[in-house]
Design a protein around this ligand. Structure first.
Ligand code: 6GU
Length: 228
């Protein structure tokens, strides 16, 4: 999979090279390319923002640098997916990650300030499928942190990126439930015992117990997931 990221803070993404995705990059499973939006400006100050029409607080990202960046990054691309992290977008979920993990080429445009000139999204839809995606109902200063979360969530679903594929299925959210609790040695730690069933060797009973634990904690912590 090829992922292009456009940002005015490209060094945010240095940390991705350190995580498990670093290995996937070296082996070619993920071709991650980070770009500086200012490389598509043409004025001396490399200006990417301007005041909003209609007035109001803050600055808006100018459309032309974005259009040039998106044009260049999608040439020779069959069917790119253009993602814009935005608190006004659809919520990013595990199913969103699963969907995106099948895509050949993703371009992520990270906005800052009060956002990107709205016409950029219309223009982008002539180049590929556009998705505005939010991490959740809170406000970040820009799309960079959200983009990193999305890249990690999508990247680990690409076959070969996570060593043991079974560890993928048993995660929280893969089956719509929270994960069951995990324990390791020692079996008695600071007067706290590991649940006896896990020491029983009865794999059927352990699977049943774990499923009950998943249901119980989902009901208690995230009843909204059960309603879905
Ligand atoms: Cl994707 N962007 C910004 N700026 N804020 C957010 C977000 C995204 N998701 C939640 N808050």
């Amino acid at each position: 999979m090829r992922i292009d990221v456009v940002s005015i803070f490209p060094s945010y993404f240095d940390g991705l090279a350190l995580s498990l995705l670093g290995k996937a990059r070296e082996t070619g499973l993920i071709d991650l390319r980070i770009h500086d939006l200012r490389d598509w400006t043409d004025d001396r100050h490399r200006t990417v923002d301007d005041t909003p029409y209609g007035g109001g607080a803050g600055m808006v990202m100018k459309p032309e640098p974005w259009a040039r960046a998106l044009d260049e990054l999608t040439t020779d691309s069959e069917n790119p997916t253009l993602i814009f992290p935005s608190p006004a977008g659809e919520v990013f979920r595990q199913r969103t990650a699963r969907d995106l993990a099948h895509r050949e080429h993703i371009v992520i445009g990270c906005g800052r300030y009060e956002g990107i000139d709205e016409r950029v999204f219309e223009y982008a839809s002539t180049l590929g499928e556009v998705r505005l995606v939010s991490l959740g109902d809170y406000v970040l200063n820009g799309g960079e942190v959200a983009a990193m979360a999305m890249i990690e969530a999508v990247g680990r679903l690409i076959p070969g990126v996570v060593g043991n594929p079974e560890s993928l299925v048993e995660e929280s959210h893969e089956d719509g439930l929270l994960e069951y609790p995990s324990y390791t040695k020692p079996s008695n730690w600071r007067d706290r015992e590991v649940p006896g069933i896990l020491l029983s060797g009865n794999h059927g009973a352990i699977a049943t117990w774990r499923h009950e634990q998943q249901l119980e904690r989902t009901q208690r912590r995230r009843p909204d997931l059960l309603a879905d």
